[in-house]
Design a binder for this molecule. Structure first.
Ligand code: ASP
Ligand code: MG
Length: 432
């Protein structure tokens, strides 16, 4: 029986209805074994980040409140899904909440840039996926589906770079293959489902790590790669990959297909529909990525695959909000030279600041970055030692792939352009 990998994101499992809808979708694939990679329900990851910041800053009352808010949301969901009140899901979920409760207590102040903080982050924030996968597995079983819950922290081996852990591919592939092939191969012809958390890995000491925000897509790609599947499907609240975010673009249109190369470019420039690390392993193993609507599963969605000459149907717009445009000029009015650039990039790398677009002139270097607390926490000060620093906040960065003048005009619409940069296929516009 062919194995498929399905990833259900937070929006697809944001309520009891969402969890039920997964069963409807699985019902359309009775002839396949399926690995269900699940994200935290709704905005639980953000809620857990808030919980972490409450108790680390010593605000115990706020932490308690936030803990109960998260707990209530999950128990309301299971109350709706399970009618027998002695169903084991209640006990299992309670146990996980007890574990979380044991972790969240006031600590000595932990600086938000070191690995102690990052490992604490992973310990706490990974609970979102632990809760959702546990609920999903129990619910599938209660619907008569042959489902088993797997622990991603034991399957995906990573290094110890918490919050952005790197995957040990050979070991991870071997573990996934051993454990899952064995499960799917057991007693014959019945279709089976394996439920596993997205976003989570484990380091060699067994500590939980995470793969970066929105990393569940990447997890799905890892499972697909390890199992050698033909495709992986990401179920989303949009009909597929759109040429712009429908939330701000009136006339967004769906792309029927995309080359891997184009998908990588889009993800790199900030299109939120696919996690940037997802595509490469799929491309390496020639696995098709399907992006489909969980509300209209019968529609074809978008296929990302190996297309030699992908034909561009229309311009593609990517918007990044909350941008800061920073301009640096050497304090001694000298030219900007290679040494300056390497200094500047060293400082940015030390503070984990990623440059979204950059441009230089003889005596100044301008670049655009996401607004980030690290800027005020030392990064700007370090730059100010040698440079005169000017910056504008609250800007929009638009990237238009395969642009034309009409697409640019439509985007600018009378706003002030602070930076414009064109290459053959791409234009960047920083707008106030
Ligand atoms: N729950 C994680 C996040 O929201 C991972 C994911 O959804 O992909 O970042
Ligand atoms: Mg999420």
């Amino acid at each position: 029986m062919e194995i498929k990998v399905f990833k259900f994101g937070g929006a697809s499992v944001n309520s009891a209805e969402g969890v039920k809808n997964v069963v409807t979708i699985l019902g359309k694939y009775p002839g396949n074994h399926i690995v269900v990679v699940v994200s935290a329900m709704a905005k639980t990851t953000n809620a857990l980040e808030e919980l972490l910041s409450c108790y680390l800053s010593g605000n115990t009352a706020a932490a308690e409140k936030q803990f109960h808010r998260i707990k209530e949301f999950h128990f309301t969901t299971v109350d709706t899904l399970f009618h027998e009140k002695d169903h084991p899901v209640f006990k299992d979920l309670e146990q996980q909440f007890m574990k979380l409760k044991g972790i969240i207590r006031p600590r000595k102040k932990i600086s938000s840039v070191n690995n102690v903080y990052n490992s604490e982050y992973d310990r706490v924030v990974s609970f979102g996926e632990v809760f959702s996968s546990l609920i999903m597995d129990h619910y599938l079983v209660s619907c008569g589906i042959g489902s088993k819950l797997f622990d991603a922290s034991k399957l995906i081996l990573t290094d110890t770079a918490h919050r952005d852990a790197k995957v040990d591919w050979p070991e991870t592939s071997a573990r996934i293959r051993n454990v899952m092939m064995c499960y799917f191969g057991e007693n014959g012809r019945r279709r089976k489902v394996a439920v596993v958390q997205g976003f989570i890995g484990g380091d060699p000491s067994g500590a939980t790590t995470t793969l970066g925000r929105e990393g569940s897509d990447y997890s799905a790609a890892i499972f697909a790669y390890a199992l050698g599947t033909k495709e992986v499907t990401i179920w989303k609240d949009v009909p597929g990959v759109m040429n712009a975010d429908p939330k701000w673009f009136g006339n967004a249109r769906k792309l029927d297909s995309l080359s891997y190369r184009e998908a990588i470019e889009l993800a790199y420039f900030g299109a939120s529909v696919i996690h940037p690390k997802t595509i490469k392993p799929l491309e390496n193993a020639n696995i098709t990525l399907k992006v489909k609507s969980f509300l209209r599963p019968e529609l074809p969605g978008t296929s990302v695959k190996n297309i030699k000459r992908w034909k561009v149907p229309f311009p593609i717009y990517i918007r990044k909000q909350n941008q800061v445009l920073i301009s640096l000029s050497p304090r001694d009015f000298s030219f900007i030279l290679e040494e300056n650039l390497s200094d500047i990039f060293n400082i940015l790398a030390r503070h984990h600041i990623r440059v979204n677009v950059m441009q230089n002139s003889a005596i100044s270097f301008s670049f655009c970055v996401d607004e980030d607390p690290a800027l005020e926490n030392g990064c700007l000060a370090a730059l100010q030692e040698d440079y005169l620093v000017r910056f504008n906040k609250g800007l929009d960065l638009f990237t238009i792939r395969h642009y034309n003048q009409q697409a640019i005009d439509k985007t600018v619409k009378g706003r002030k352009v602070l930076l414009e940069q064109k290459t053959r296929n791409t234009v960047h516009l920083v707008l106030r």
